[in-house]
Structures are given as structure tokens and as C-alpha cells.
Design a protein around this ligand. Structure first.
Ligand code: ATP
Ligand code: MG
Length: 598
């Protein structure tokens, strides 16, 4: 587990305190800390307390990862705390399955809200329902909220325009009447949609969010946490600021679409604080956190909204939320993404207040960078072509040294066995080579990685003329994959091509899922208005590969580099003796090449 917590910031030299903060959020936090705006922790350090507040109505995606890394990263950097909070205020869409997957994904990313330096805690908005209710009654009593009995259609018809104000005939009803009806709402006396509690703010506000927003709606639904204790539930704006306040959050960081909601966030807290303070019968003022917006993450070749992802799952376009092609954290994990690569990506793209779309290649490159350092190498062949080495004795085997990871000398070496029959990748042979093809071809010599030079001496074809076997001879002087050195200190011969191979006697067979991007358009849906039309028909190809026998006991979740092919991760569908690998990512960006061709 230890490696999950090696953040990039920790490997950089001690912070230079004179350096300018690298993003606008850090600038705000540092200015606040210098002024002790939020007070101090018991040990004297200025308070910084962030949170990640997902609604448990789906699986988390890479956009959420950005928010998690950002919030937990700030807590870590400034010696603060980080909470995971379920914003579980809409039982109609929420499920325990989602709660469990979110918890697991957040931990996987290394944002440990319960242990270690950033431990704030695990919270649920639903555990504040009683307190929220009390404050709502307080607002009614103060004349700041009222029960409105318009139907949804009436509210919508009466919402006004930019020049005309909204209308509610119930706005000026007596406080006592609203209080009675609100209590009846709680007691379950009214059906869904019969009435709502609304904040009394400004029906003419140019900001529609402020036109007497709904605070509570009736919803006779069982909640995964509170069961049937409630039959009305708080709306996002009313609930969210109170959740932040109750948890002592200092910087409530959210995405830009909530910019118009900020005045409402502040209005609710101010309305509660009205008349409160030292000596007031209402009690002390409540904590007033600061909402700050940043630009959400958008990625090319990806859809991210939970609604869109749910549809892919429901329509069976993918095998589930954790299909390894999905941009969900569960999907990325299953595909072989490492937490380090996701964190490094989030750090690398930074945080701004300007909407932009990030090239998905940057995410893939972050993964390549990390896997290149840590993934053990192996040789596997996905589309096998038999090669018989005719001058190799029938029953002789040789054991050759194989470097487990050239990027990590501490990984050491292991043995690979070589024999008379091997398999190479079909595309590494051409009977009539095109110009510049330096791999195996009649009369042409290549290096078999870590083994010998071989020269093609002939082919065997089936009835329809397809090459089904290649005959070759090997050069015993090239053992280990290098030609002997001559008197001048230089190799006595050179070959231009190096190819990978597996030993026919030892290789194991396994299912290899050659995965590619789920969408083939940079902006799915741009062409036709329906993102489903841009699903990549070639995003999944199932092959039976011949795999390096050293991987016989590979465990689910382990990732290897199949030399020359890419990175491959053992999938959870693996059974003893029947491994399944997902292609995590190719070694190079193959899409860049494709894009240029068109
Ligand atoms: P979606 O809009 O994809 O359905 P959501 O915003 O409804 O997701 P929530 O559970 O409400 O999902 O989000 C939890 C937190 O994650 C919020 O603070 C939200 O701002 C943040 N978040 C969601 N999507 C992104 C994104 N693409 N980039 C950065 N942060 C995001
Ligand atoms: Mg949202």
C-alpha cells in the first residue's frame, strides 16, 4: 500500500516559501492562511479543510478523480484535513452499491479520509437531516421561507422572464400557516408534488437561482441510510452549504456551473446567522465556508456525465460500470491504470477557471510514464506464426537471461527458455517485404530479443496459399542477442530488426482483450447530436494469445509490458489456468499517427 501515498509533491525538494503559488486556489488558501481567516488547528497551523462531496447515484469518473486529487492534495500540501462526504439527499437515484464503489475508488486514489495526515473523516449529508430541518423552521419563523402550493407546472409557468418577475401567490402567507404545513409535510400528510418549502429571496432577481428557490420537496422514498424516517428531502443548494458548515469546511471547491449558486450558498448561511450571536436565544452564528469554483475536467474521446455513462451500462454497450473501456475510476482501475498515473495526470493539467478540453493522450501518457518505470517485461505473441529453427537440435533447450525491467535494474533478470519451435507475431514476417521492412523475410536476418539471430530459409503454406509456418536457421555465435565483437571492438555483424517471440513448448494460452478508446470521435456526439453514434466499433477485440510462461501465476490487477505490444493487465475474469489480459495502453500513441493520415 505504501506506494499509493507517494505523491509527486513529496518527491520534489522542500518547498521554496518565496515561490509564487502555482494556481489560483493555492493563492487564495495562502492569503487566507496568512490572515488566519479560518483560525488555526490546535498546533497553531492555519486551518485548511476541504471535502469531496459526491452524490452516490453512479460510479465516479476521471472528472471526479480530478476533484478528489485537488481537494485531498490541497489538504495534504497545507497540513489540513480532507473529508469524503456523501451528498445523499435524493433517495430516488441513490444506492448502497454506489456508496461502496465510491468509497473504494477514493481510497484507491490515495485520498485517505480516515487515516494518515489528511484524515478528516467520512460523512453523510443524510445524518444532518434533523439539524437542517430545525434550521428550515428557523427560517420560516424569521419570515425567510414559506410553503408554496403551486404544482411543478405552475411554478414553471410562473417563473417569469429576464424582464418579468416570477410569481408565487403563497409568498405572503402567515408564518404560522407555513410552519403548520411544513410540519405536515414532514409528518407525511401530503403526497409528492403537493407543496414545497421555498426560500423568500427575490422573485425579480436577474439570477434565476435566487428567485425563491425550493428548499424541500416531498418525496415518499426509502433512503439507503435513513430508511423511512423522512418523506421530504432537502434540495442541493439548501443542503450543501449546511453540510460544509457543519463539517467546518474552509474552502468549498466546486465546478464552474455553480457560480450562479454562490450567492444562494451565502444567502442561506447568512439567513441562519441573522439574529444569532453572543447572547441570542437562537444561539451562536454558524460557520460560513467559502465557495470557490474551478473549471471541470473535460477529455477528448470521452463522455463523462453520469447520466451518459449510466445509459452505456443500461443499454449493454459496455459490460458494466467497470468495463475497462469506461472513463470511470472502476474502469480505469480494471484496465490497469495506477493511482500514481491518475494523480500525476491531475497534477500535470493543473487547475484554472477557464473551461477547456484536455487531450486524452495526456492521460494515456501519464500512464505510460509510470508503467514504463514499474511494469515487469514479458514476451507474448498475440497473433502467432510458427517458426521452426531447422539447425536447432530436436530436444535441446537453452536458458537465456531476460531483463525484467531495463528501467529498474533492481528488478533483476530471469530465465527464458528457447527451443526449436517458437512463435513470432504474424506481422513481424513478410514473404515479400516492402521497402524498409527490417523484420523477418526470406533470406533476411533478425534478432530474436534476448536470444539469437535467425535467418528465414523458407515458408510452408496451406492450400489457399497462406503462410502457416516459417523455416529458419539460427547463428550460435549470437547467443543472448548480440553478434560477437571483432578485433576492432565492434560487432562482427548487425541486423536492423529485433522481434519478440515465445517458446512453443512453454508458452501458455490466454485471452487477450485488445482494448481501444470507447469513442472514435474527439467530441462524441458532435456530428449527430447523439454520442452513441460515435462508439468505436473496434474498441474491443478478443484474441487467444501465447503468453510468457513466467506469467502463469499472475494475479488479478498486475500489469506487465508485453515487449513491443503495450501494457497488459490481468483482468478479474481470469480463472486458474485461464488468464484474461486487458490491453491497458499501447507503448506509443497510435492515434496521433491515424489522425495525421486522414
Ligand atoms: P456528473 O455531472 O458527471 O453527473 P456530478 O457533478 O453530478 O457528476 P457529483 O457526485 O455531484 O457528480 O460530483 C461530486 C463532485 O465532483 C462535485 O464537487 C463536482 O463538482 C465534482 N466533479 C464532477 N465532475 C467533474 C469534472 N468533470 N471535473 C472536475 N470535478 C468534477
Ligand atoms: Mg453535478
Amino acid at each position: 500500500m505504501a506506494e499509493f501515498y507517494t505523491w509527486r509533491v513529496m518527491t520534489t525538494p522542500a518547498p521554496d516559501n518565496t515561490a509564487k503559488p502555482t494556481n489560483f486556489l493555492k493563492q487564495i488558501i495562502e492569503a487566507d492562511s496568512a490572515a488566519l481567516k479560518w483560525g488555526a488547528w490546535p498546533d497553531g497551523r492555519p486551518k485548511v479543510h476541504t471535502r469531496f462531496p459526491p452524490e452516490p447515484n453512479g460510479y465516479l469518473h476521471i472528472g471526479h478523480a480530478k476533484s478528489i486529487c485537488l481537494n485531498s492534495g490541497l489538504a495534504r500540501e497545507y497540513g489540513g484535513k480532507f473529508n469524503l462526504r456523501f451528498d445523499d439527499t435524493n433517495p430516488a437515484k441513490e444506492e448502497q452499491e454506489y456508496v461502496d464503489s465510491i468509497t473504494s475508488d477514493v481510497k484507491w486514489l490515495g485520498a485517505d479520509y480516515q487515516h494518515g495526515a489528511i484524515a478528516g473523516g467520512l460523512y453523510q449529508a443524510s445524518s444532518y437531516f434533523e439539524q437542517m430541518y430545525q434550521w428550515a423552521e428557523e427560517l420560516i419563523t424569521k419570515g425567510r421561507a414559506y410553503v408554496c402550493e403551486q404544482t411543478a407546472e405552475q411554478v414553471s409557468a410562473n417563473r417569469g422572464t429576464t424582464t418579468a418577475p416570477a410569481v408565487s401567490p403563497f409568498r405572503d402567507r402567515p408564518v404560522e400557516e407555513s410552519l403548520r404545513l411544513f410540519r405536515e409535510m414532514r409528518a407525511g400528510k401530503h403526497p409528492n408534488g403537493k407543496m414545497t418549502l421555498r426560500a423568500k429571496i427575490d422573485l425579480a432577481s436577474p439570477n434565476f437561482v435566487m428567485r425563491d428557490p425550493v428548499m424541500y420537496r416531498i418525496l415518499h422514498e426509502t433512503h439507503h441510510h435513513t430508511g423511512d424516517a423522512w418523506c421530504m428531502y432537502p434540495m442541493y443548494d439548501w443542503a450543501h452549504c449546511l453540510e460544509d458548515s457543519l463539517e467546518g469546511i474552509t474552502h468549498s471547491i466546486c465546478t464552474l456551473e455553480f457560480r450562479n449558486n454562490r450567492p444562494l450558498y451565502d444567502w442561506f448561511i447568512n439567513a441562519i446567522n441573522e439574529g444569532r450571536g453572543e447572547g441570542s436565544s437562537l444561539g451562536k452564528k454558524i460557520h460560513h465556508p467559502q465557495q470557490i469554483e474551478f473549471a471541470r475536467l473535460n477529455l477528448t474521446y470521452t463522455v463523462m456525465s453520469k447520466r451518459f455513462l449510466l445509459k452505456l451500462v443500461e443499454e449493454g454497450r459496455v459490460s458494466g460500470w467497470d468495463d475497462p473501456r469506461m472513463p470511470t475510476i472502476a474502469g480505469l482501475r480494471r484496465r490497469g491504470y495506477t493511482p500514481e498515473s491518475v494523480r500525476n495526470f491531475c497534477e500535470d493539467i493543473g487547475v484554472t477557471t477557464q473551461e477547456s478540453v484536455i487531450d486524452v493522450t495526456r492521460l494515456e501518457n501519464a500512464l505510460r510514464d509510470h508503467l514504463n518505470k514499474v511494469a515487469p517485461r514479458a514476451m507474448s505473441v498475440l497473433r502467432p506464426l510458427k517458426v521452426t529453427i531447422e539447425n536447432w537440435p530436436e530436444d535441446k533447450t537453452d536458458e537465456l537471461d531476460f531483463t525484467i525491467n531495463p528501467e529498474d535494474p533492481s528488478a533483476g533478470t530471469r530465465k527464458v527458455t528457447f527451443g526449436r519451435t517458437i512463435y513470432i507475431e504474424r506481422e513481424d514476417f513478410m514473404e515479400t517485404p516492402v521497402k524498409g521492412f527490417f523484420r523477418l523475410a526470406p533470406g533476411q536476418e533478425v534478432r530474436l530479443r534476448w536470444a539469437y539471430f535467425i535467418t528465414c530459409t523458407g515458408v510452408v503454406k496451406d492450400a489457399s496459399g497462406n503462410v502457416i509456418e516459417v523455416k529458419a536457421t539460427y547463428d550460435p555465435a549470437t547467443r543472448g542477442g548480440d553478434a560477437p565483437v571483432g578485433p576492432d571492438g565492434k560487432p562482427t555483424k548487425k541486423v536492423k530488426g529485433t522481434i519478440h517471440w515465445v517458446n512453443a513448448d512453454r508458452a501458455i494460452t490466454a485471452t487477450v482483450r485488445v482494448l481501444d478508446r470507447l469513442f472514435s470521435a474527439e467530441t462524441p456526439g458532435e456530428r449527430t447530436g447523439n454520442y452513441m453514434d460515435d462508439l468505436n466499433p473496434n474498441s474491443l477485440e478478443n484474441l487467444q494469445g501465447l503468453i510468457d510462461p513466467a506469467l502463469k501465476d499472475a494475479k488479478v490487477g498486475e500489469t506487465y509490458q508485453f515487449e513491443r505490444l503495450g501494457y497488459f493487465c490481468v483482468d478479474k475474469d481470469s480463472k486458474p489456468g485461464a488468464l484474461v489480459f486487458n490491453r491497458t495502453v499501447t507503448l506509443k500513441d497510435t492515434w496521433a499517427k491515424e489522425a495525421k493520415k486522414v
